[in-house]
Design a protein around this ligand. Structure first.
Ligand SMILES: CC(C)(COP(=O)(O)OP(=O)(O)OC[C@H]1O[C@@H](n2cnc3c(N)ncnc32)[C@H](O)[C@@H]1OP(=O)(O)O)[C@@H](O)C(=O)NCCC(=O)NCCS
Length: 466
């Protein structure tokens, strides 16, 4: 039965007016507008919007840049345009203005599910609009249809020794997808600048679509868990990812992946993986090359690898103090980590100054699905103790937990115990945010990134006697 929905006239390509009430028009639609069609409508408006912002505010200053910022990893330096999400230090992430709980409430769900579909989140990141269920479903179908890997990419993965870290295998496979890049081909053929976003969109869709097969293949090769099943074209992205990993029969795990991908997708533009993708893309490297570079940044222990580090740290803690330790024992263990010159993984953040709402969303998931799990209880105990210890130690600007403090315990609960694989799942998710911005960067004609660097000698000279 055709559904009735309230639409702007432009939102439908093949729609026949049915009836109107007040200023609202109702359309019975045969086919929902595709994401690419909607983007094609939005891009000219956004180009005008950016032109107007530049005309009115282009010469205004954000503030001063200090020498400390140059030496200090550019913390707080306003330097990048990123539309998909904005991170507030106190409140956490908003995807196109929507908090995580708002996304959980508003985005389409799978039949019988209660977590948002990442398909809907991708639509939101790209357009700023919440898609209909039919539009989210059309993305599931599109991605399923694009999911097959070229044979040589399968061979590259199969030739990797199982001792090679899954993230290295992941980045290699993603980089190799550039063999079939629509953008690289179109560029060689002399595509006009105005058309860049079209093949970038196609590559980005292919990239996202192929990640489950890459991740599943790496997982099964490294951890020896049998042959990959085929993609089920009737199911959503997260189901297929779970199934390729061997967990398709665990509905709660599939729900976890829907939430996991949604909350890990984007965290504004300055973090290492997002910024790297944008930077490399600015050289007009195609989305596979750009996102391959993102993955190499995500593989660092201060960034995405922290989810692996957290679980290692928890396991070590458990082996030293037992599964149900006293508060005193947990405190001692945290101090011993700090005193040996290591960071407490999963705590602290370069921007956030409160508990990460991505941590809270996972905690709420655990409270609903695994309230009695001993490792979840241990994570909860650490949450009560670690911030005070970090405050007392006096170095970390943010003593609160981040996203990585919780994810591993949830995955472990469902049987995905191989912590070296956790950052791969983060990588699958991060593609959504990076790809969305790559498409907008090419649509808006973002130039090559080229900030200015200084030597210490030059800095000394510049400020001598000032
Ligand atoms: C995320 C992180 C890299 C942010 O770094 P940052 O912006 O430089 O953080 P700060 O400004 O608070 O760092 C100030 C000092 O506190 C230390 N610090 C920050 N977080 C810490 C933590 N969790 N444990 C111990 N020390 C920490 C820093 O190492 C730094 O020490 P230094 O002055 O000796 O170099 C940092 O908090 C960290 O290493 N956390 C653990 C790893 C992690 O969870 N990463 C995932 C992030 S989503």
């Amino acid at each position: 039965m055709a559904s009735l929905r309230v639409l702007s006239r432009s939102q439908f390509r093949a729609s026949a007016p049915c009836f109107s009430r007040g200023s609202l028009r109702f359309y019975a639609s045969a086919k929902p507008q595709t994401l690419k069609e909607r983007l094609a409508e939005l891009i000219p408006k956004e180009i005008e919007n950016v032109k107007a912002i530049k005309a009115e505010h282009g010469k205004k200053a954000f503030g001063q840049v200090t020498v400390d910022q140059v030496y200090g990893g550019m913390r707080g330096l306003p330097a990048l345009l990123w539309d998909g999400s904005v991170l507030d230090a106190e409140e956490g992430i908003r995807f196109r203005g929507k908090t995580i709980p708002e996304c959980q409430a508003l985005l389409p769900k799978a039949p019988g599910g209660s977590e948002p579909l990442p398909e809907g989140l991708f639509w939101l990141l790209l357009t700023g609009e919440v898609p209909t269920e039919a539009q989210a479903k059309s993305l599931s179908e599109d991605w399923a249809a694009r999911a097959t890997l070229p044979e040589f990419v399968e061979e590259i993965i199969d030739r990797c020794p199982p001792t090679l870290h899954p993230m290295s295998q992941f980045s290699m496979a993603v980089t190799a997808l550039n063999h079939d890049s629509a953008f690289a081909k179109a560029y060689q053929e002399g595509i006009s600048k105005k058309e860049y976003w079209g093949p970038t969109f196609e590559d980005s869709m292919d990239l996202i679509a192929k990640l489950p097969n890459i991740a599943g293949r790496i997982y099964r090769n490294v951890f020896g868990s049998g042959k990959l099943p085929a993609i089920d074209k009737t199911k959503d992205y997260s189901y297929n990812l779970a199934n390729l990993l061997g967990f398709g029969d665990k509905e709660a795990f599939v729900e976890l992946l829907r939430l996991y991908i949604t909350i890990h997708s984007d965290h504004e533009g300055g973090n290492v993986s997002a910024h790297t993708g944008k930077l490399v893309g600015s050289a007009l490297s195609d989305p596979f090359l750009a996102f391959g570079a993102s993955l190499n940044g995500l593989a660092g222990p201060l960034h995405g690898l922290a989810n692996q580090e957290v679980l290692l740290w928890l396991m070590k803690m458990k082996s030293q103090v037992g599964e149900n330790p006293s508060d005193e024992k947990v405190k001692e263990y945290i101090w011993s980590t700090l005193n040996s010159g290591q960071v407490v993984p999963g705590y602290g953040h370069a921007v956030l100054r409160k508990t990460d709402p991505r941590y809270t969303a996972q905690r709420e998931f655990a409270q609903k699905h695994l309230p009695d799990d001993p490792m979840f209880k241990l994570v909860g105990k650490i949450y009560n103790i670690a911030p005070d210890v970090l405050l007392e130690a006096g170095k970390a600007k943010n003593p609160w937990p981040n996203v990585d403090a919780h994810s591993g315990v949830l995955l472990t609960y469902y049987g995905l115990t191989q912590m070296q694989f956790y950052t791969v799942l983060f990588g699958v998710s991060r593609a959504f945010g990076v790809a969305a911005q790559l498409i907008w960067d090419r649509a808006l004609g973002a130039p090559l990134e080229r900030p200015k660097s200084y030597s210490s000698e030059a800095i000394k000279k510049m400020f001598a006697n000032k």
